[in-house]
Ligand binder design. Structure first.
Ligand SMILES: [Zn+2]
Length: 98
């Protein structure tokens, strides 16, 4: 198996930084991107190179399922917190005004 590159240098001789992708299709996949990408001084530099191999379709399915579950848990927790808040408000009202 080929060894992954530890560092990368763009066409301008600047060593590219290892960054992490947060897009759904490449979640957690590391890539080299020039630190001057999109900057005014270095506008033309569009250096980009993947560091990690692409995710397998199976891994992507599992990851999306885990993310969905985390989101569902968050919604559930928010509902519970709202419920406790309502109970708290009702208790305060009963203690003070009844
Ligand atoms: Zn560059």
């Amino acid at each position: 198996m080929e060894e992954p590159i530890e560092f990368s240098v763009c066409g301008y001789g600047i060593s590219a930084q290892l960054k992490i992708s947060w897009s759904i299709d490449n979640l957690g996949r590391r890539f080299f991107g020039c630190k001057n990408h999109g900057s005014l001084l270095h506008r033309a530099c569009r250096f980009f190179n993947w560091f990690d191999p692409p995710m397998t379709p199976r891994a992507r399915v599992v990851l999306l399922r885990v993310l969905k579950r985390i989101k569902e848990n968050e919604v559930q927790r928010r509902k519970e917190r709202l419920c406790w808040f309502i109970i708290f408000v009702v208790c305060v009202v009963m203690i003070w005004f009844v």
